[in-house]
Design a protein around this ligand. Structure first.
Ligand SMILES: *Cc1c(COP(=O)(O)O)cnc(C)c1O
Length: 368
């Protein structure tokens, strides 16, 4: 059995370090924000090459607060991709704005900058590109468009810790960048967590205030805020794990190169591409197949667990039908949703396991 993800294998390696860090928080008696979280904020801001980092309870909260801190609200439109996790879209709705979808570039499956301009209206205030699977969206043309039309760019970097675009880290290129530390992400908490990074002092200050009930100082609520604070235990855990992140990312990248090499000869499936000048961090290694469901079943029969990121684009989800979109509106996103299947990828995956997965795929192709 080869799982899609094995968090137990990571714990085997760094369990002792994590336990020391957690016990020290337990003994401190300080369980929310505090020194542990502040330390993690400083190291994560440095890691991203951003001036400020504001720790929150989830990636969704980071997106919500980024939009609010950028002044986005009722009556505003925010352009994003329908081929993402629903949280991207939910956060835009939480801010009171209207999500406006633009189709993906079929090669990278990220927001297609060439289609964005046609979706800009007088109400458009922001663009939220999603660095899907760990590869950054095409930021230069998006930032140029945003600049020309006076829009802000907020990066959904929830899958892209440490990804790069021409030497710039994910999260550091837009007005703000948002990260998730959901356990399965490339940097994962032992529970929930999120982070907003920004170079803007004003955005950082607004986000700090809003995450803690809108308090500027104790007892003084200057805004209607939220309880979006990060737990001290998660701050301590994430500080430990951040020290390992580059090693883990390089292992993910090496595993992707192995898959590329082993699967390269099979023309029945399409492999993910890493664009020139971008560092893909392979949160997800998704191949495409016109017979995705059969491939997934064949792999399951051989003990290889796979995932679907994502089988239904957001504009076709029942909960979001009131946005007014229909089947056929975003053909590239809809086709990707039918064809993608995610193979096991995590740092601790062994070369033998990668070879087993590739062999199982090759056998399935012969059956066809
Ligand atoms: C995980 C994820 C989120 C939400 O993060 P949470 O921490 O689960 O709230 C948002 N956007 C994308 C693209 C994600 O993958």
């Amino acid at each position: 059995m080869i799982p899609l993800l094995d968090l137990g294998a990571q714990y085997e390696q760094i369990g002792a370090e994590l336990e020391t860090a957690v016990v020290s928080v337990l003994r401190s008696g300080r369980y929310i924000l505090g020194e542990e979280v502040a330390n993690f904020e400083r190291s994560f801001a440095d890691y991203c090459g951003s001036r400020h980092a504001v720790a929150v309870n989830t990636g969704t909260s980071a997106l919500h607060l980024s939009l609010l801190a950028a002044g986005i609200g009722r009556g505003d439109e925010v352009i994003t991709t329908p081929f993402t996790f629903v949280a991207t879209v939910a956060a835009i709705l939480y801010a009171g704005a209207r999500p406006v979808f633009v189709d993906i570039d079929p090669e990278t499956m990220t927001l297609d900058p060439n289609r964005v301009e046609a979706a800009i209206s007088p109400a458009t205030k922001a663009i939220v590109p999603v660095h899907l699977y760990g590869q950054m969206a095409d930021m230069d043309p998006l930032l140029m468009l945003a600049d020309r039309h006076g829009l802000v760019v907020i990066e959904d970097a929830c899958q892209a810790h440490g990804a790069e675009y021409h030497g710039r880290r994910a999260g550091s290129m837009g007005l703000a960048g948002c990260f998730s530390f959901y356990p399965g992400k490339n940097l994962g908490a032992c529970g929930e967590g999120g982070m907003l990074v920004t170079d803007s002092e004003a955005v950082a200050t607004a986000a700090r205030c809003l995450r803690d009930w809108g308090q500027q100082e104790r007892y003084h609520h200057v805004a209607k805020g939220f309880n979006y604070r990060m737990d001290a235990i998660q701050g301590a855990v994430l500080s430990v794990k951040l020290k390992h992140l580059e090693t883990w990312t390089e292992l993910r990248r090496a595993h992707a190169r192995s898959y590329d090499r082993l699967l390269g000869g099979i023309n029945y499936i399409q492999l993910p591409t890493e664009k020139r000048g971008r560092r893909h961090v392979y949160h997800v290694y998704a191949v495409r197949s016109p017979d995705r469901d059969m491939l997934q079943q064949a792999l399951a029969a051989e003990g290889v667990q796979t995932g679907l990121h994502y089988p239904i684009p957001v504009h076709l989800q029942r909960a979001y039908t009131d946005l007014g979109y229909r089947r056929g509106d975003f053909p590239h996103a809809e086709r990707a949703a039918r064809e993608v299947v995610s193979l096991p990828i995590y740092p601790e995956l062994s070369q033998a396991q990668i070879e087993q997965v590739a062999a199982a795929i090759a056998r399935d192709i012969h059956v066809h």
